[in-house]
Structures are given as C-alpha cells and as structure tokens.
Ligand binder design. Structure first.
Ligand code: ATP
Ligand code: MN
Length: 479
C-alpha cells in the first residue's frame, strides 16, 4: 500500500523504541551526505533522517536536494544529536520527485515576505507560511466549533447576488455579456435582460441581508464564506477577496451582540493557543526577530503570545462613539496636530489612525465602539431614540484597527423604509428583506468579522496578503 505513512507530527510525539515506520515529505536540508531534515507539512519541526554511510552511491545522494520528495522507511531511535528527541534511521529511501537545485527558487535561507509573495505557490514550504496556514486552519475550525457548540446554524449565502443595495462597498460585476459588443436599450443603457440571469448581478460584499432572513427562522445562524470588494484600497488590511464570518441572532440587542463578539474572539484565540502553540511560538519568535530591526519605540511592548494572553485576560473597553470623539479631541496627539486627519468634531467618520490611537495609545486593549452617527452608517442599523445615532458597534484591535463591524438591526418596518428612502436604497428591490419586518419581526443583531484580519492578529503578520493563500488585491490576481 502506498499511503501507509505516519505523519511527522505524530511520529515526533512517540517514545523512540525501534518502531518500524514509513514517512513521506520534502527535503528541507541535507547535511554531510548523512542528515536529511524532512518536512511533511504536519508540523514546523523537521524529522531528522539518518542516511547510512556508504549504502548509497553518489548519483543517488545527489538527488536528495532541497524540496525533493522522499519516501523513507526505517526505525525510530533516540537521537544522539542535540535539538531532537528522536530520529529515523533509514533503511530504504525512495526519491518520489526530484527538485533541480539550480532552478528551485527557495534556498535554505531567509527570504523577504515580498519575494515570497511573488512565489506564493511555493511559499507554503517555508517555516513562516507553514505556521501561518496551520494557525489559519485552526482558527477556521474554532469558528465552526464555537458556533456549533452554541447551537448556531451554519448558513451558506450566495456568492452571486442581484442586490447592489447593501452599501458595504464597491462591487465586482458578474456577467456573460460580450464586453466588446454590449446589447443596448433604446436609451443607450445596457440591456441586462440579455445577460445570463436576465438582470445585472454582482459578487457579494456581505451575506448579512440573507443571514437576517435565516435568523428570523432559525434564531441563531452564522455564515463563513468569501466576500468581494472592488475597493481600490492598497493597504495592509484590505483584500479584494476575503473571508467573513457573519453571525446573525434573533432576540439580541446591541449589548448581547457585543457580548457574543467578545466571547467569540476570545474563544478562537484561546483555541489557537491551546491547539497551535508550537506554530504560535515560532511566529512569536519570527516577529521578535523582525522587530529587532525597528527603533525601540516602534517595537511591540509585548511578545505575540503575551499579547494574546493579555487580550484573553482583560475585558474589551466599551464606549460610545461620542465618548471616543471627545477623547480624541482632547488628546495631545490631536492638539499637537499629529493626526493626518484632524478631529473635526462629532459626526466625522473615524480614520484608521484614530482607531489605532484609541486602542494602541489610549486604552491599550481591544475597544468596542458603539452608537455611531446614523449619517455614516448603513440603512439597516437600528435608530436610537436620540434621533442622531444608530445601534452600531465596531471592534478595534491593536495593530489592526477595525476587526468587527456590527449592529442591532432596525426591526420596525416604517422606520426602516423611511431610512431606506432617505438613503436612496431601492425599497422595491429589497421586498424580500422587508418581508422579515412584515411577518413576525423581532429585535435582532449581528456582526461581521474579517477572518484574515483575525488571522493577522493571531499570527502577528503585518500584511493581510500574507495570511491568505492567494491574495486578490488591486492589480494583483496571480496564481
Ligand atoms: P474598513 O473600514 O476597515 O474598510 P469596513 O467598515 O468596510 O472596514 P465592514 O463592511 O463592516 O468593514 O466589514 C466587516 C469586517 O470585514 C470588517 O470589520 C473587517 O474585519 C473586514 N473587512 C472589511 N473590508 C475588508 C477588506 N477589504 N479586506 C479584508 N477584510 C475586510
Ligand atoms: Mn471598507
């Protein structure tokens, strides 16, 4: 049988006792024609394979190059060398796939993250990306576990959507119309009746509206899927294609919503610490090494794992938008005109520098900001009695800025319709959405958490393009 292999992670947990095993993986290094560091992706730790001296000819040994794929059978024995408890004394080595060292672009040395982005198809084979993507996997699993254990229903919302009314961002068009010869109406506009769906369609920017339909039947639901935004934001926190987790809960108000979001974030961080500790230790060390090149004042005060523990052990700071504005207004930072966008007063939208000031300088922990001015928020957010604000909440995280956006939804039909008209949201197109307010409407709330921003926070990776396998960003859609 070909596939009777033991994964290196499991092998390394054994007590060495002359067990006969077969491993398969890729060569990281080969020293002195004797020691192969073999990695199979199950863990960052390589297995030391010892090659019996004199057993193989030079030609064969020359084939054991970095990234060649091997099948090795042998015996697990205690290691004499430092740094590992056990090693594999090989009895049989088979080269499954060669790798030409002249052409293989990854050398056993440190490569820049920028360079690795250009060879994203191979970067999984580095220690850094091995760790990042195993942690990403663990976090994704924890998302499902958290909601499943709480009795939430996992809903898959459509990726192609006909509504362009969500207002969350610029959308990508989906069409089969010939771009070079578009069918036109008499008035010169494009005739979407001839398009695949008989109407204009887009890639979704959020599953929320559909999520609300399900929440008002199942009670608690969540989505976890890709979303698309054609925003021309060339930042280390924006992608054109990213994954979002959107829980939506009936019988929840804003405070319930904030409580759930805080519990959720802490749960998945705890899960990663408990289940990916070796990868997190590696990433913590990577970050510390990277920060050694920065001037003292730019380095993080805490190590990565320390920072995560700190988040777990402290309550998120909760305050209103109005309180945040006065903190920002009164800050020395503002008085000394250090913000690129000065604090102009109540009603302004917060820029990322303001959010980061609040979390990184003022409170030094995650912050939940609530009750934003209604003019800067979406039509579906519940209007507060003051006539000025809506029951919105954003969660801001150190080093990242906004990680969650959510709200209690407007469940009162008249108020919702009135707001839609004021904001030019087509009421007739969203008839199906408004039906939830017609038939058994209830207070409900939900939020969206950007999965990649969460992965960034947990792995300490600075650029969002390094926490998704194949990033999509302006002028960049390779692989
Ligand atoms: P931002 O102000 O950072 O652009 P947003 O207000 O557009 O965020 P929402 O529409 O509230 O964000 O989306 C919910 C969450 O999705 C955000 O809190 C963030 O974590 C994530 N998110 C939003 N846009 C992007 C993007 N372009 N790439 C990656 N994640 C994103
Ligand atoms: Mn945005």
């Amino acid at each position: 049988m070909f596939n009777k292999r033991i994964k290196i992670k499991e092998l390394l947990s054994l007590e060495p006792n002359n067990q006969q095993v077969t491993v398969m993986g890729w060569v990281r290094t080969f020293r002195n024609n004797q020691f192969i560091a073999l990695n199979d992706g199950s863990t960052n730790t390589n297995l030391q394979v010892v090659v019996e001296l004199g057993k193989y000819g030079d030609v064969f040994l020359k084939g054991i190059t970095t990234s060649a794929a091997l099948k090795v059978s042998g015996v697990v024995i205690p290691s004499l060398g430092k740094g590992q408890k056990l090693e594999l004394r090989s009895e049989q080595i088979e080269i499954l796939g060669e790798s030409d060292p002249e052409k293989y672009p990854l050398q056993p040395k440190k490569h820049s993250l920028e360079f690795l982005r250009e060879i994203a198809h191979l970067r999984f084979r580095t220690n850094t990306f091995g760790a990042v993507f195993r942690v990403r996997h663990t976090l994704g699993f924890a998302v499902h576990k958290f909601f499943n254990d709480k009795g939430f229903l996992y809903l898959q919302t459509p990726i192609i959507t006909a509504s362009d009314a969500e207002g969350a961002g610029e959308m990508f068009r989906v069409t089969t119309l010939p771009l070079e010869n578009l069918p036109k109406n008499e008035d010169g506009s494009i005739n979407f009746k001839e398009d695949f769906f008989g109407r204009g369609t887009n890639l979704t920017v959020s599953g929320q509206l559909e999520g609300e339909l399900a929440a008002t039947s199942f009670g608690d639901i969540y989505t976890f899927g890709p979303t698309f935004r054609a925003e021309n934001s060339n930042t280390p926190r924006h992608l054109a294609e990213f994954w979002m987790i959107e829980p939506e809960m009936a019988f929840y108000d804003l405070e319930d919503n904030a409580n759930l979001a805080e519990e959720f974030i802490k749960y998945i961080i705890r899960y990663a610490i408990d289940n990916s500790s070796d990868d997190l230790e590696f990433l913590a060390q990577r970050l510390a090494d990277e920060e050694k090149q920065l001037p003292q004042e730019k380095r993080s005060e805490m190590g990565l794992v320390e920072k995560l523990e700190f988040v777990l052990n402290n309550n998120f700071e909760r305050l209103t938008y109005t309180e945040a504005i006065s903190i920002l207004q009164e800050s020395n930072h503002n008085k000394k005109k250090r913000f690129q966008f000065p604090i102009t007063g109540w009603g302004m939208d917060l820029q990322s520098e303001h959010e980061r000031y609040l979390v990184e300088k003022h409170f030094r922990k995650p912050v939940i900001l609530t009750n934003y001015p209604r003019e800067i928020k979406a039509f579906y957010m519940r209007q507060n009695d003051d006539g000025k604000t809506v029951a919105a909440m954003d969660i801001l995280a150190p080093g990242i800025g906004e990680i969650v956006g959510g709200s209690q939804r407007e469940e009162r039909l008249e108020k919702l319709e009135q707001r839609m008209k004021e904001m030019n949201v087509p009421v007739d197109q969203l008839w199906w959405y408004l039906d939830t307010r017609r038939f058994g409407t209830v207070p409900h709330a939900g939020f969206g958490l950007g999965f990649e921003r969460m992965v960034q926070f947990v792995t300490g990776m600075n650029n969002i393009r390094d926490v998704i396998a194949f990033p999509r960003a302006p002028k960049s859609a390779d692989f």
